[in-house]
Design a protein around this ligand. Sequence first.
Ligand SMILES: Cc1cc2nc3c(=O)[nH]c(=O)nc-3n(C[C@H](O)[C@H](O)[C@H](O)COP(=O)(O)OP(=O)(O)OC[C@H]3O[C@@H](n4cnc5c(N)ncnc54)[C@H](O)[C@@H]3O)c2cc1C
Length: 491
Amino acid sequence: MTFTRPTAHLTFTLTSPNHTTDRLHASGELSEAPLPLPQSITDGELSSLKTKEFDLLIVGAGLSGATLAERCSKQLNMRCLVIDKRNHLGGNCYDYVTEHGIRASKYGAHLFHTEHDRVWNYVKTFSEWIPFDHRVKGLVKDELGNEKLVPIPPTQETVNLLFPQSNENEIKTEQDMERWYEQQRVVPMDAQNNPRAPLNGEEAALSRVGPNLYDKIFKHYTKKQWDKYPEELDASVLLRLPCRTTTDDRYFGDKYQALPKRGYTRIFENMLLGDGNISVKLNCDYFSHKAEGTLPKHKLLVYTGQIDLYYASMGMPKLEYRSLRFQEEYVEWDEGEVEKDASDASSSKDASKEPSTSDNYFYQPAMVVNYPGPDVPFTRIVEYKHTPNQPRGIVDEKTRGTLIAKEFSTDEGEPYYPVPNPENRALYEKYKKLADGEKNVSFVGRLASYKYFNMDQAVLNALEMFDNLQENGVLEEKRAPEEFGEGDGMK
Ligand SMILES: Cc1cc2nc3c(=O)[nH]c(=O)nc-3n(C[C@H](O)[C@H](O)[C@H](O)COP(=O)(O)OP(=O)(O)OC[C@H]3O[C@@H](n4cnc5c(N)ncnc54)[C@H](O)[C@@H]3O)c2cc1C
């Protein structure tokens, strides 16, 4: 879509980037939790804005919507109304502090990582950040049936632990590991016995890691994630299976890996609140207000919701998503108790060489422990207390409780992960064609693009769209969403 940059009443003050870090904290706001928002924001009422006219009506207070609102306000002095149907800022990045004082994410653990200096410099203006190299462990049975806690994605240590060898055959170098993979890999062959491309997820996985790692780490985990075995999935879903040859057990390899010191929600508070150009309304569904005719006048609509819902009235099929159900549990140790009930999933500690529950009252030795086996229905357990951006009480004192969230993949619930198959891709293209024909509507972000964007990709995409507006007067993508790469996807 194109948007003619209004000139009559707007001043395009091109200010230099604002380098304040956590403006709210600097101004004396010491809260560790999301700020209580006034009723004028949470009432979902648009009648008070009836007589106002906005340059941008932004549907969605997630990273995509917030980045555009912040840039357009600060750099182009545009008046923005940001609405969200949820009762909080931040979209899927929203985090909060529980009644027990633990910082947790409502929509699943969010680990920030990026290679992009531009994104890093931008997010640094809204928060202080604490470096955090994310590491994931998997609880996996070795060849003898003993549970081992191993690095995920697999490293040299993973293979040595799961497939113990005599000392001289142990994997010690990248060359050893490469040789091991070579021995394991099963290359699909055509009728003439020539190598051919994998036809499905199972063939793709076997060609990457071979049957042993596949069976122990990827096969059942994939089934739990997608409710389909790899052989029923596109080869593309498993072609990117991470198989490392090194000892690097960090989950991400990016230059910048960090967590926001006072949580992600603070970033959105700094971006959106206290800016005279930006009005925010929560509990405010775009479609209800559109149907009621209560949306205030606006020159351009920025829509970050589901693209298929935008065109729901056309009766086309819905795009498919996988979702997650989080089963949260607060686990508390009685005074003097140093060992946790051995019957629960903490059997991981038997295999652990990491912090023991007795020292720090942790449920498990890492923030994320994956359960790749078919014996439990959940995929992984997240224990938030491991993150270094916990509120003061949690960090300084040995709090005898911890919050864990077991994750179950499901078809029902919040739309999290686009389902990558040819049918959905073709259907999305139909929606995209409709969207391209809209005047004064921009479709932005992960739901509108039917694309899993990592946080940094969502920010970069929005920044580049802003560039386009600033340079060419059009709020359009500079590059297609696919060009940002796959994103982490389901973890
Ligand atoms: C479970 C999970 C874990 C993730 N973990 C990571 C991670 O570790 N690292 C990482 O880099 N990225 C992670 N991500 C990706 C990250 O969440 C996204 O990059 C980011 O949320 C994208 O922001 P967005 O604004 O495009 O979308 P969203 O955050 O989804 O925001 C869209 C907003 O639009 C609102 N909306 C939709 N329809 C309407 C309507 N009709 N009316 C009003 N409001 C509406 C929604 O309520 C929502 O708040 C994860 C994603 C998920 C699902």
